[in-house]
Design a protein around this ligand. Structure first.
Ligand code: SF4
Length: 379
């Protein structure tokens, strides 16, 4: 039986962070109950679509999924359990923000089947958290972490950010040390991306905030890799680090370019050689679903050339790289045949390397990954 991953989007946040361009809304919590009702209907709509598939991973993302009460998550989980065939040991993650968690909620999440917690800490210093517009302190994070462990969670990720305005190298070092000393088995460390249309986008343009210069940003990234490797973490994806056995299985589905179904407002899916996404507006989503209409807004066919390109640049995000054998099994052709020119060019430039089993980016290639990815797009 083939495996499928599920993503459930919870688009509510207590407050919008200043850098965020995700499909998330503050001040709409009064819609949560109705939204859960719509999700239940959408889950049912997909029953016939994923009949014959085993659900291997589920990921509640947002927004702030942990804004939901334990019982509300349990209702969504029960509905999925009723209509889908979920593997017994499926990885089931929830993104959670300090400031929305407590012991009772976490206990109910765990009892409801959630077995992986991804906590958005982002930074450890109060001034940086305020700059980002986060609603929590480092103390909130460490309190919630203790509560999560008491509730039974062992598979825990912490999200951190670097290249922040006003962030010094030593702030990041201190933060990594704190998180590592707390025994977190998975750390995601993302460089801040300035998105148009966010407050940060405006503030960078009018110089209200200033980012560390590029050299410092790269140094922060390299220091993060060096430090976490030294502490026993595997640097398995450009921005992700895990103790052995704690790699995120759900995200591996994306990086291996395997199918997944997204549920909820603005969620994305890749299924049956098509990519499609739901309407982003919470109200429109609920309206369509309650009128028994599929809430999909866009759908595109994925040609074989698209699939090859995507498999290449998603797979190259993994430090182990692309498995040559799996590529040949999937596409019936060797990656060396399709990408002869690019592989030659980037290996000569020291951005790419290969052996008998894999093609991967070098550290220099990771630093310049956008250049490599661009060239992997087939016309
Ligand atoms: S909590 Fe996450 S999704 Fe919500 S506004 Fe902040 S960054 Fe965006």
């Amino acid at each position: 039986m083939s495996a499928i991953a599920l993503y459930v989007h919870i688009p509510f946040c207590k407050k919008k962070c200043y850098y965020c361009d995700f499909n998330s809304y503050s001040g709409k919590q009064h819609l949560i109950e109705e939204y859960i009702g719509a999700l239940k209907k959408e889950i049912k709509m997909y029953k016939h679509v994923i009949d014959g598939y085993k659900v291997s991973t589920i990921f509640f993302g947002g927004g702030t999924p942990s804004i939901l009460e334990g019982d509300q998550i349990a209702i969504i989980m029960d509905t999925m359990g009723k209509y889908y065939d979920i593997e017994k040991d499926a990885e089931i993650s929830i993104e959670a923000n300090p400031g929305t968690l407590n012991y009772n909620k976490l206990k109910k999440y765990y009892a409801g089947g959630i077995n992986r917690l991804s906590i958005g800490l982002q930074a450890c210093q109060e001034n940086l958290l305020r700059t980002l517009g986060r609603i929590h302190s480092f103390e909130d994070y460490s309190k919630n972490l203790n509560e999560a462990r008491e509730a039974g969670f062992t598979n825990i990720n912490t999200d951190l950010m670097f290249s922040l305005p006003g962030q010094r190298e030593k702030d990041l070092e201190e933060c990594l040390e704190k998180v590592v000393s707390l025994g977190i088995p998975h750390i995601s460390a993302y460089s801040l991306i300035i998105e148009e249309g966010t407050l940060f986008g405006n503030w960078v343009r009018n110089k209200t905030i200033v980012l560390p210069d590029e050299e410092i940003q790269l140094k922060m990234y390299h220091n993060t890799i060096g430090y976490l490797k030294e502490k026993g973490y595997i640097h398995y994806e450009i921005s992700n680090f895990a103790k052995p056995g704690f790699q995120c299985e759900h995200n591996m589905v994306y990086w291996h370019n395997k199918p997944y179904i997204g549920l909820g407002a603005g969620s994305h899916s890749y299924f049956n050689k098509k990519r499609f996404n739901n309407v982003g507006s919470i109200e429109k989503y609920m309206d369509l679903v309650s009128n028994k209409k599929i809430p999909i807004e866009n759908e595109i066919d994925v040609s074989i050339r698209d699939e090859i390109s995507e498999t290449m640049f998603l797979g190259l995000r993994l430090t182990e790289g692309i498995s040559i054998k799996e590529f040949i099994e999937r596409f019936n052709i060797s990656p060396f045949e399709i990408y002869e020119k690019q592989i030659k060019k980037f290996s000569t430039q020291g951005l790419l390397e290969y052996d008998k089993t894999h093609i991967r980016l070098t550290q220099k290639g990771i630093d310049l990954s956008n250049i490599v990815f661009r060239d992997m797009l087939l016309d």
